[in-house]
Structures are given as C-alpha cells and as structure tokens.
Write a protein that binds this ligand. Structure first.
Ligand code: ACO
Length: 325
C-alpha cells in the first residue's frame, strides 16, 4: 500500500436552471410520464440553456467543490475533466475550466469513457497523486447530452439530462490501513466489441458532424447490471472487505431499474444506495459526482464512511472506486 493516499476533500454539483418534465416530453414524442417512470424511474431532467456549454457547467461545479473543500484554485495542479460532450473537438474543456479558475500551472486534460468517465478520471488522478507527481486535483464530470440526443427518438431522448459534478482530491498521509481516509482502490475495464450497442453516429474523423446517441437499451441493461456488480466485487476482494462493510453505494445514475438490480445482486439494501436519477436523468460522466455532492451536502455521507462508486458506459467501459470518505 502507498504511503500517500488521495483524499477527497470536497464535492460540488451544478444543474442548469431549466427543468424538462416527462409531461413536456410527452408533447414532443409518443411517450408518457407513466412509461418513463416505470421503465427508468426518471421524472425530470435539467437542460442547459442556449449558449450554456459543458465548460460553464463544469466551472460552476468546480467552484462549489473548491469552496466545500476550503481550497483555493491556486492550490490545484491537475484538472481532469470527464466528458463525452466537450465544448469543442479541441482544446480540452479542462483547459477552459483551468483558465476560468485562474490556474496557470500543472496539467489539464479531458478523458472520454462516456458514463464511466468520472470513475476513470478519479482513477487517473489517484494514480498521479499517489505517484507523487501532483498534489491537488480537481476531478470533474460534466455533460450537455441534450446536444447529442435525437429528440425524435423516444427510446433515448427521455433518459438523459445535463449537469456537472466535481471533487477536490489532495495528497494525504497513509499508514496503509483501510481506516485511513482516501481512495482505497479503483478498477477500470473496457470491451470495445460492444461498440454498436451504445454509440454516437458522428464525429470529427468519421462524418465531420457531432452525431446523435444511438442505443440498444435492452442489451445495455443486461451488460450494465453484470459489469457493475463485477466491478464492485473486484473492489471488495482487492481490499478484503464485504458488501456489508459499505456505508454508501453511489452508482452511475443511468436508470432506477439498473441501480436497483445491481444493488440487489450485490446484496446491498436500498437505504444504502444514493439515487438521484429521478430528478437528474442520466447525466453520463456527471452523474456520480452529482449524486456524491447531493449525499455529502445533505449529510448522508460523512467523514469515515466507506463509499463505493460504480459506473458503466459506451465502449463498453465500466469500473469502480472504493473510498474512505
Ligand atoms: N415511451 C413509450 N414507449 C417507448 C419508449 C418511450 N419513451 N421508448 C421505447 N418505447 C417502446 C418501444 O418502441 C417498444 O415498443 P414495441 O413493443 O411496440 O416495439 C416498447 O416500448 C418496449 O421497448 P424496449 O426497448 O424493449 O423497452 P425496455 O423495457 O427495454 O425499456 C429502456 C427501454 C428504458 C431503454 C431499457 O431498455 C433500459 O433502461 N435500458 C438501459 C439503457 C440505459 O440506461 N442506457 C443509459 C446509457 S448506458 C449507461 O448509462 C449504463
């Protein structure tokens, strides 16, 4: 075990002002509030305003995370931003956030693992910090999925929303004990053979357009439950802990049925599962840090709690992170 541990010092979230209800969606496509709630648990989602970009959402979440961590932006020497909906093809949206925060040192880059993006970003930042290369990281998940949805496709447009979440991570001392604060273990996976089950049908090098999200929902559902529970079990066996030791599970907020089925498979009771999908929809890379910021903000997640995050997304990619809060 490393003598340095990456301690999460604060979390923050941001949701655009505009709320889109299921009833409004039912006026746009052939769907209903009942259908959407029964199949996904989603009641409403937030949609970015015209001109409001992923970097704007990310910046707002980052500022809240820094304030909650009692950390000045000048302390940050690494910005990792997970997004599948960057402002531009390049430069990285992370560099726009870095500049807006007045940070002029260290590294800033985006990572792309779709809905697993935040878990990937957290693992990357953790590895840099425990290697001693950086001391204070801002890890952000931010998305404007409303810009890549096909608003005529009822099978997908009802499921997603816009938002951002962020955490501040600092290098802290560790004796190696599981009771010491910080990230205990991360596990990342990918299997590119499943590209066609969840993808965007455009891009700079293929069509020269942004494209729209396409999904085989039924197949994604099956893989999501298996992959996320496997990733959680890997984290538990790597640390010798059991499902009963977990205080909070913070899953990627794709769909209430996926979250419930995964928790059931793991034997984790519903009262230990943080769920925000009903009010946020699926915000892809933003969903885990948004859910974290809600549960930390309302006092559910407390210092010393064992928190397990799990995610799965296009690629497929999936992974988990186990943290002593
Ligand atoms: N409103 C009403 N009817 C709809 C809607 C809608 N919004 N969308 C699809 N339907 C219809 C279909 O057309 C189909 O009609 P048919 O029987 O006449 O052909 C019927 O409902 C059943 O369609 P299915 O796709 O089989 O419905 P299913 O029960 O699988 O539910 C859903 C669809 C909610 C997408 C489900 O498959 C699911 O949750 N999948 C997971 C997808 C997901 O969460 N992806 C997020 C990205 S990946 C990730 O983040 C992990």
């Amino acid at each position: 075990m490393s003598a340095i541990r990456s301690v999460i010092c604060g979390a923050g979230g941001y949701l655009p002002e505009r709320i889109l209800s299921n009833d409004e969606l039912a006026k746009m496509v052939d769907t209903s509030d009942d259908w959407i709630v029964e199949r996904s648990g989603i009641r409403e989602r937030h949609i970015a305003a015209d001109g409001e970009m992923t970097s704007d959402l990310a910046l707002a979440a980052a500022r809240r995370a820094l304030a909650n961590a009692g950390t000045e932006a000048s302390e940050v020497d690494l910005v990792v931003l997970a997004t599948a909906t960057p402002d531009q093809t390049f430069p990285a949206t992370a560099t726009k956030v870095q500049a807006a925060l007045g940070i002029t040192r260290g590294a800033a880059f985006d990572i792309q693992a779709v809905c697993t993006g935040f878990v990937y970003a957290l693992a990357i930042a953790d590895n840099f910090i425990t290697a001693g290369q950086f001391k204070c990281a801002l890890v952000i998940g931010a998305e404007t999925f409303s810009r890549i949805l096909d608003w005529q496709d009822r099978g997908t447009c009802v499921l997603f929303g816009d938002g951002a979440g962020a955490v501040v991570i600092k290098a802290g001392p560790s004796t190696g004990a599981l009771s010491d604060r910080g990230i205990l273990t991360t596990h990342l996976y990918a299997d590119g053979r499943h590209h066609d089950l969840l993808y965007v049908d455009g891009g700079p090098s293929s069509t020269g357009t942004t494209g729209h999200l396409r999904m085989n929902g039924r197949e994604v559902f099956k893989h999501a439950v298996t992959n996320m529970s496997d990733a959680v079990n890997e984290a538990l066996s790597a640390t010798g802990l059991s499902a009963g030791d977990i205080d909070w599970i913070v899953p990627h907020q794709a769909n209430k049925r996926i979250i419930d089925a995964t928790a059931k498979k793991l034997g984790i009771p519903p009262e230990k599962v943080v769920q925000t999908v009903g009010l946020h929809g699926n915000t892809s890379a933003a969903s885990i840090p948004l859910a974290l910021s809600c549960a930390v903000g309302d006092g559910r997640i407390k210092k010393g709690n064992l928190v397990l995050m799990e995610g799965m997304g296009g690629g497929f990619t999936w992974g988990s992170a186990l943290v002593r809060w």
